[in-house]
Design a protein around this ligand. Structure first.
Ligand SMILES: NC(=O)c1ccc[n+]([C@@H]2O[C@H](COP(=O)([O-])OP(=O)(O)OC[C@H]3O[C@@H](n4cnc5c(N)ncnc54)[C@H](O)[C@@H]3O)[C@@H](O)[C@H]2O)c1
Length: 257
């Protein structure tokens, strides 16, 4: 974390991207690869992963599976410099909508999964000359959204965990940050739209909720991650970038008023 040279290149660095077989994670994997990193996609379903990238099957809610996959990454590449904790699942409804098993399942994937993957990679990160972690949080981390109680609790925890990890590992030379995407155009959101009574109206409502009037692209989130994990961000730790079309911070007047 100490270098003064500014570079966006990730040449020679090894990056784990969880949930890298779909959506935002796939875009992050592609972008970090284009920036010069060797990529290890970790996903419970690697069938959608880019065949040009190394893929390792792991369920982030299962510690043995995570430990085995991270060991396989280290064996394959001999180092781990970057961990992007992006795997996550959604949950809908208010505080009464999900039972205890579902609360435990979602928190185990979205929150504890970050602890499992990062702790397995920690000995390698400590040895890296350019170590960083980036967690995919959400607009739901900072903004109250309707019918997202469990999901929001999980993503608020991701934000708090990001800061705590940044404090714990600053002196290990490991930076830890997050991205907070707004509603992004991914297979996940596609599934949500498909299940709506009127998918076109639901999409229009989601687009209108974001001040820039459209969904976020996975590539836009990937660009923020690429910056945060790069040496160019050497003085940036314990914080997040909002990639949400202004949704968290802006209050526009209605168009034309
Ligand atoms: N799409 C959005 O609007 C949006 C907005 C804010 C935050 N996010 C966050 O971005 C991340 C990616 O979302 P996406 O929209 O790309 O979703 P997606 O469903 O397209 O991709 C998620 C990937 O994670 C993998 N995954 C899920 N559970 C896993 C597990 N237990 N172990 C390993 N892999 C697992 C899936 O197999 C899939 O490949 C999630 O953390 C999500 O909460 C998404």
């Amino acid at each position: 974390m100490g270098g003064t040279e500014v570079s966006s290149a990730l040449d020679g660095l090894v990056a784990i991207v969880t949930g890298g077989a779909s959506g935002i994670g796939a875009a992050i994997a592609a972008r970090l690869h284009a920036d010069g990193a060797h990529i290890a996609v970790l996903d419970r379903d690697t069938s959608g992963a880019d065949a040009a990238l190394a893929a390792f099957t792991a369920d982030v809610s299962d510690r043995a599976s995570v430990d085995a996959a991270v060991a396989a990454v280290a064996e394959r590449f001999g180092r781990i410099d970057i961990v992007v904790n992006n795997a996550g699942v959604g949950a809908q409804g208010d505080i009464s909508a999900n039972d205890d098993d579902e609360w435990a399942r979602v928190l185990s994937i979205n929150v504890t999964g970050i602890a499992r993957v990062t702790s397995a990679a920690l000995p390698w990160l400590k040895r890296s000359p350019s170590a960083s972690v980036c967690n995919t949080a959400s607009i739901a981390s900072t903004t109250g959204l309707p019918q997202r109680a469990l999901y929001s609790a999980s993503k608020g925890a991701v934000s708090a965990l990001t800061r705590a990890m940044a404090a714990d590992h600053l002196r290990d030379g490991i930076r830890v940050n997050a991205v907070n995407p707004g509603t992004a155009d991914t297979p996940w959101v596609g599934r949500l739209l498909d299940s709506a009574a009127d998918p076109a109206a639901e999409r229009a409502a989601l687009e209108a909720r974001q001040p820039h009037g459209r969904l976020v692209s996975p590539e836009e989130v990937a660009a923020a991650v690429a910056y945060l994990v790069s040496p160019a961000a050497g003085s940036t730790t314990g914080t997040f970038i909002e990639v949400d079309g202004g949704m968290a911070q802006l209050r526009l007047r209605p168009a034309g008023s």
